[in-house]
Each structure stands twice: as structure tokens, then as C-alpha cells.
Design a protein around this ligand. Structure first.
Ligand code: HEC
Length: 134
């Protein structure tokens, strides 16, 4: 008997998985998928809460950075749509004094890590559209 024929015979005689086993595997897969969905929706709800908390805390920033993160003072940068990781890093740098600016050092001094995460989430969640000149 050739090797190919032996393989073909082994495949033919291999026991098929029992229907119960197949059903159990399906149930496990469905459970794993449901758990992943749940985890994703919990994360989404958490970040939506973070964004709303940040929006409330941004009340003290609006006078310079604008209601929706588009700056209303000529020397303040736009914050809308900046990556949260960048915004949080800048706020921590102002807080520690690693980045120096008279106003921002004072503003950031009072912020906790949670405040920074929420403010960064808020400004990052604002969608901006850029239209370069023709
Ligand atoms: C009185 C005006 C004023 C207020 C109020 C203010 N900022 Fe600023 N902010 C500025 C100015 C001016 C700069 C630019 C500073 C510099 O050159 O480093 C700045 C810079 C920043 C930057 C760095 C942006 C970048 O592109 O690097 C962040 C982040 C920021 N502000 C967040 C905040 C947050 C959050 C608040 C409220 C808690 C706040 N600011 C309140 C004036 C203000």
C-alpha cells in the first residue's frame, strides 16, 4: 500500500466527532464571543463616561481653548481632535514643570491623573475636519 493510500484509509476510518462534542464546542465559541462583546461594550461605556466627565471639567479651559476645543485666544493652541496620549503627556509635563508656560503650569498644577485622562479623552473625542486650500 502506498503512503497516499494509507493516509486516505486513515482519514476514512478516523472517528467523526460526536454531535454532542460539536454542540459543546459551538456553545463554548458562542460564550467566548458573548464575553468579548460584553467586554467591548463595558469599555465603550467607560470611555463615554470619561468623555462626559472631561467635558464638564473642561469648563475652566474653554475661555482660552474654546467650547469645542478650537482655541479662541491667539496664543492658545487648538486641542480638538488631538490624540489623547499627546494631550495627557502635555498636561503631565505642564504639571511637573517639564514643559514651561506661565498659565498652563498653573492650570495643570491642580489636575489629578484622573482629571488629565478625562480632559484628554474629551478633547480627543471631538471630531475635526481639515480643508486644505485649493
Ligand atoms: C488663560 C488661557 C488658558 C487656559 C484657561 C487654559 N489654557 Fe491650555 N494653553 C494655553 C496656552 C497659551 C497654551 C500654549 C502654551 C505653550 O506655549 O506651551 C496652552 C497649551 C495647552 C496644551 C498643550 C497643547 C499642545 O498642542 O501642545 C494643552 C494640552 C492644554 N493647554 C490644555 C488645557 C486644559 C485641559 C485646560 C483646562 C484645565 C487649559 N489648557 C486651560 C492657554 C490656556
Amino acid at each position: 500500500m502506498t503512503a497516499a493510500a494509507r493516509t486516505a484509509r486513515a482519514l476514512r476510518t478516523a472517528p467523526a466527532p460526536s454531535p454532542r462534542r460539536v454542540a459543546a464546542r459551538g456553545a463554548v465559541r458562542a460564550l467566548v464571543a458573548a464575553a468579548a462583546c460584553l467586554a467591548a461594550s463595558v469599555a465603550l461605556a467607560q470611555s463615554a463616561q470619561e468623555v462626559q466627565a472631561g467635558r464638564a471639567k473642561a469648563a475652566s479651559c474653554n475661555v482660552c481653548h474654546g467650547l469645542s476645543g478650537l482655541s479662541v485666544t491667539p496664543d492658545a493652541p487648538h486641542l480638538a481632535g488631538q490624540p489623547a496620549i499627546y494631550l495627557a503627556a502635555q498636561l503631565r509635563a505642564y504639571r511637573s514643570g517639564a514643559r514651561r508656560h506661565e498659565v498652563m503650569n498653573v492650570m495643570a498644577r491642580a489636575l489629578s491623573d484622573e482629571d488629565i485622562a478625562q480632559l484628554a479623552a474629551w478633547y480627543a473625542a471631538i471630531r475635526v475636519e481639515a480643508r486644505p486650500p485649493d
